[in-house]
Write a protein that binds this ligand. Structure first.
Ligand code: CA
Length: 234
């Protein structure tokens, strides 16, 4: 399992250069250019380390750093702050906002790679979820296969991602908007009705071999839930 490195940097040329070099080191790289999206992306992807630029659109690296340090689930992720500012005062500001390390632009690639490696030594080894289980539904994430009891369930890629999202947090109600964003991605325009269409397909495939565990919450969204059997509706 590769370590994930989250890169928050709005300068595309630099981001691509770093991405290339980090991937060469064997890391999985996630890149976000907008400051306003950084915290949500960190929460979603749970990287092992964050390389965070100071000057970003929407929210500064300092603000992002403080936000991350205030969120219990992500506060321990090491942050390396990148900045064009080189003054001692800025460095202190960066570190007091919660950054673990601070690198001034321009920096050499080997230097940054060494800093990343140092931070990763502190990070726990990434755990690969090999399987998700909800009642008799088993998702084999490595083989990308779904079983219900002994039965193999054939799902399309969208249904697979939908089910994975639901099964990662059983009982949690996911809004259509959230599902659209996290299953389809930001850049694709799809109507929220599309979610209903794919949920219907997912239900059809799963329910062939057992009860309906997908719960429709009127005007809100969907969850996978055992306790609310029978109240599913389209
Ligand atoms: Ca910048």
């Amino acid at each position: 399992m590769k370590h994930k490195v989250m890169l928050v940097e709005d300068e595309e040329a630099l981001a691509l250069l770093l991405k290339y070099n980090l991937e060469k080191e064997g890391y999985e790289v996630l890149w976000e250019a907008r400051g306003g999206k950084a915290v949500a992306e960190v929460e979603k992807n749970m990287p092992s380390v964050i390389i965070l630029d100071w000057m970003l659109p929407e929210l500064s690296g300092i603000e992002i750093c403080k936000m991350i340090r205030n969120k219990p689930d992500i506060k321990a992720i090491p942050i390396i702050m990148l900045t064009a500012k080189g003054e001692e005062e800025d460095k202190i500001k960066g570190l007091s906002a919660g950054a673990d390390d601070y690198v001034t632009k321009p920096f050499s690639i080997p230097e940054l790679m060494a800093r990343v490696k140092t931070q990763l030594r502190r990070a726990p080894e990434p755990q690969d979820d090999k399987e998700l289980v909800f009642e008799d539904i088993v998702m084999d994430l490595t083989a990308k296969k779904v079983y219900r009891g002994e039965n193999y369930i054939h799902l399309g890629p969208t249904e697979f991602r939908l089910l994975r999202m639901l099964m990662e947090t059983p009982g949690k109600v996911f809004s259509r908007e959230y599902l659209l964003k996290n299953v389809w991605g930001d850049n694709i325009y799809v109507e929220s009705r599309t979610v209903d269409v794919h949920i219907r397909r997912l239900r059809k495939a799963l329910n062939e071999f057992g009860p309906d565990y997908i719960r429709t919450v009127r005007a809100t969204g969907y969850a996978i839930d055992k306790n609310i059997l029978g109240d599913s509706e389209e």
